[in-house]
Ligand binder design. Structure first.
Ligand SMILES: *[C@@H]1O[C@H](CO)[C@@H](O)[C@H](O)[C@H]1NC(C)=O
Ligand SMILES: *[C@@H]1O[C@H](CO)[C@@H](O)[C@H](O)[C@H]1NC(C)=O
Ligand SMILES: *[C@@H]1O[C@H](CO)[C@@H](O)[C@H](O)[C@H]1NC(C)=O
Ligand SMILES: *[C@@H]1O[C@H](CO)[C@@H](O)[C@H](O)[C@H]1NC(C)=O
Length: 407
């Protein structure tokens, strides 16, 4: 009750999309980064975009604890449709790879207690060349509702960039008219960025539950770092538009894939939680390192990500480290992340850096006593006040995270 009141006072909900969804960042799994547009099921039977992959992932989401941790959306990205619409003009799944149709797949996912997400594109064709929704917005919204879709990722390829500000709200209108609540994940600001048009974040937030602002993530730390450094610049004040009902989306979680070291996986997971970002895993949950799985399921990290205030962290540089802070509940608390990688110092040397500053440097300036807790393993760092010195080490391309809560 009190939390609801606080959230309603602090958050920008009033001007957010009013579909009752994504009051905290959506958690789930998405095909794209790991499985791309693999349609060759003969050579890649376990990894092609088809109902086998999706059902197996849904099974593992439940059996291995991801659902219990809060991950609920299972989302198919591009390359699911047949190359042609039906004779009535409806979208249909590829008949070879989705032999039972999309409704049956949605039913299977729902039977597991999970939610079903799908992909389309505002343009004439999707990015990979499948039928797009241009001129079919109403029919496609209804098709998705009829199938039981809970989440729509809506891309921006093969469309006129000046149409985004009309097309996305019209799609949202038709989705709303179906009466089925569906999370609306937009790529509208990404398109604006590519075309060097200033994104209208107020309009975007009114239309979308989450929105991609930057390039697709790839399986490398350079890619992760480019996103973090873009978020650090906070272009167009984008952080001020994040909050319950609508979120900046830095793209998928690649923890458990091939490109990151353990420290770098901690950086991605930690920072996406600091960002109040949707956590859409794009990895193979059927075959994942224990250390990666533990990060994805880390309760203290997820509590920061899902904090009801939904405040996106902001950054400042401090010597050779980059510091991120965000306010969390209970009131007066903060989460802090310190990265040994900044935009002016790559932090890729061989040794850790010792970071030693008074608590006040992290924005704690009153006279109270605070409990400090390291986030990844949960160990207590003791009780501190504003002037006491906090000391810790950060590995190259690594992260240190702690919470500061009033005693
Ligand atoms: C449709 O929009 C109205 C008004 O904003 C809102 O109250 C309702 O919950 C929305 N319905 C769906 C299914 O999104
Ligand atoms: C960003 O928003 C803050 C307040 O939320 C305001 O003080 C600042 O001027 C804004 N900056 C830009 C570049 O719009
Ligand atoms: C990973 O975890 C499983 C289940 O807890 C355990 O059986 C296995 O030995 C672990 N593997 C490694 C390499 O630690
Ligand atoms: C902070 O704590 C130290 C002991 O840890 C104490 O000496 C100092 O007076 C305290 N400062 C304030 C402002 O409470």
């Amino acid at each position: 009750m009190l939390i609801a009141l606080i959230v309603s006072l602090l958050c920008p909900c009033i001007w957010s999309l009013d579909n009752g969804l994504a009051l905290t960042p959506p958690l789930g799994w998405l095909t794209w980064e790991r499985f791309r547009c693999q349609t060759n099921c003969k050579d890649y039977p376990k990894n092609c975009i088809g109902e086998t992959l999706i059902k197996e992932m849904a099974d593992v989401m439940v059996s291995d604890g991801y659902k219990d941790a809060g991950y609920e959306y299972i989302i198919i990205d591009d390359c699911w449709p047949a190359s042609k619409r039906t004779s009535e003009g409806r979208l249909q799944g590829d008949p070879e790879r989705f032999p039972n149709g999309m409704k049956a797949l949605a039913d299977y996912i729902h039977s597991k207690g999970l939610k079903f997400g799908i992909y389309e594109d505002f343009g004439k064709k999707t990015c990979a060349g499948y039928p797009g929704s241009e001129f079919y917005l109403k029919m496609d919204s209804q098709t998705f509702a009829d199938w039981g879709v809970d989440f729509v990722k809506f891309d921006q390829c093969n469309a006129d960039p000046h149409d985004m500000k009309y097309g996305y709200p019209v799609m949202e209108f038709f989705m709303n008219k179906t009466g089925r609540p569906m999370v609306f994940a937009c790529e509208w600001p990404l398109n604006n960025l590519v075309k060097k048009i200033k994104p209208d974040f107020a309009a975007i937030r009114k239309t979308c539950n989450m929105w991609r602002n930057y390039n697709d993530i790839e399986d490398s730390f350079d890619s992760v770092l480019s996103i973090i450094n873009y978020w650090a610049k906070d272009p167009y004040n984008m952080s001020s538009y994040a909050g319950p009902g609508g979120w900046n989306d830095p793209d998928e979680i690649i923890v458990g894939d091939f490109g990151l070291s353990h420290d770098q996986e901690r950086v991605q997971m930690g920072m996406w939680c600091m960002f109040a970002a949707p956590l859409l895993l794009s990895n193979d949950l059927r075959n994942i390192r224990n250390s990666s799985k533990a990060l994805i399921l880390n309760k203290r990290l997820l509590a920061i990500n899902q904090d009801p205030l939904g405040i996106q962290a902001k950054a400042f540089n401090l010597g050779y480290v980059q510091v991120w802070t965000r306010s969390i509940l209970p009131l007066g608390s903060k989460a802090v992340a310190v990265l040994f990688v900044t935009d002016h110092y790559p932090g890729k040397g061989g040794n850790y850096i010792k970071v030693t500053y008074p608590l006040s440097i992290y924005g704690i300036t009153d006279g109270k006593q605070y409990d400090i807790t390291e986030v990844f393993d949960g160990h207590s760092m003791g009780t501190h006040n504003t002037s006491s010195i906090l000391t810790f080490n950060v590995n190259p391309t690594g992260i240190f995270m702690f919470t500061v809560k009033p005693v």
